[in-house]
Design a protein around this ligand. Structure first.
Ligand code: C2E
Ligand code: CA
Ligand code: CA
Ligand code: CA
Length: 283
């Protein structure tokens, strides 16, 4: 998984160099992006494997500069984090996602999940910002899930980590759900999970292809163990990157409740979500 990630970054680096679009240029462009209305959110369905119903949608940022081609999130989000622009961009994304989610939740009872970066979590006003946005849109708190990664919880001093955990626990006590994203790519032991204020585990997509690969016995045993342990801790599991029926079938059989991936849908516009909710395609 690590190696694949690296080679992907190398390809992006190469393309970027070819286009002479460097970190500073991305930062300069990104600084204008909000004012110029260049950012949008796409949404990817999270599907209930038992019923085929859409359980939630994950908001994913898209940036298309007015005078250029789309810049992938894996390229611009690290720059947004380095420059601190992620604080404003992240607040915009939360606001936009809650505005869109209002009608989806009212009509279909589905939740929206929003990715949050470490920079945002460390802002002293984060908790108030989240609660204020929910109140202003009259969105029930349990209609929002915040996705955090374990690396952002560990990348700082123990005192700061504790403060962030307290903020998440407080939001959770208010009804907001917390998902641990990219699970399996970091360092946390399963025992450590018990101490985190988390409702949902999202198993990284690097675990999905091996479920139907040559050495699938070990891969399945491993994923099944995570799903079962998560269930015993009263956590729900989402497996990411499900691209084939065979993978979905294997996951359903091992009792995995939720899945996300190109098999069901790529990330789509909010209008396309409205259409999809009319047809409930996987039921
Ligand atoms: P992520 O949170 O792990 O999001 C899942 C990524 O997997 C998305 O990439 C999605 O398009 C992709 N994906 C979904 N299904 C499949 C599949 O079946 N196969 C494959 N190969 N890929 C699949 P995307 O949209 O390019 O986003 C990349 C990353 O950028 C996200 O990874 C997340 O870490 C970050 N990101 C996106 N939006 C936001 C945001 O609003 N805030 C923050 N802080 N980060 C964001
Ligand atoms: Ca995510
Ligand atoms: Ca993920
Ligand atoms: Ca990720």
């Amino acid at each position: 998984a690590k190696a694949a990630g690296k080679s992907q970054i190398a390809v992006f680096d190469y393309t970027l160099r070819a286009e002479r679009l460097h970190h500073a240029e991305i930062a300069a462009g990104l600084r204008q992006a909000l004012a110029r209305d260049e950012l949008t959110l796409n949404y990817q369905p999270v599907v209930d494997l038992t019923t085929g119903a859409i359980h939630a949608v994950e908001a994913l940022l898209r940036w298309t500069p007015t005078d250029g081609r789309p810049v992938p999130p894996d390229v611009f989000i690290p720059v947004a984090e380095d420059t601190g622009l992620i604080v404003d961009i992240g607040r915009w994304a939360l606001e936009r996602a809650c505005a869109d989610a209002k009608r989806w939740h009212e009509r279909h009872g589905i939740a929206v999940t929003v990715n949050v970066s470490g920079r945002q979590l460390r802002e002293r006003t984060f908790r108030e910002t989240v609660l204020e946005i929910l109140t202003r849109h009259a969105l029930p708190r349990n209609a929002l899930t915040l996705e955090v990664t374990e690396s952002m919880l560990l990348a700082t001093s123990p005192a700061e980590t504790q403060r962030i955990v307290d903020v998440l626990a407080d939001l959770r006590a208010h009804g907001v759900r917390i998902a641990l994203d990219d699970f399996g790519t970091g360092y946390s032991s399963l025992a450590y999970l018990r101490t985190l204020p988390v409702d949902i585990l999202k198993i990284d997509r690097s675990f999905t292809a091996p479920l139907t690969g040559t050495d699938h016995h070990q891969a399945r045993a491993f994923t099944k163990a995570i799903v079962e342990l998560a269930a015993s801790l009263e956590l729900r599991t989402v497996v990411e990157g499900v691209e084939s029926r065979e993978q979905a079938g294997v996951l359903q059989q091992m009792g995995c409740p939720l899945a996300q991936g190109y098999l069901f849908s790529p990330p789509i516009s909010s209008g396309e979500v409205d259409d999809l909710l009319q047809v409930t395609p996987w039921r």
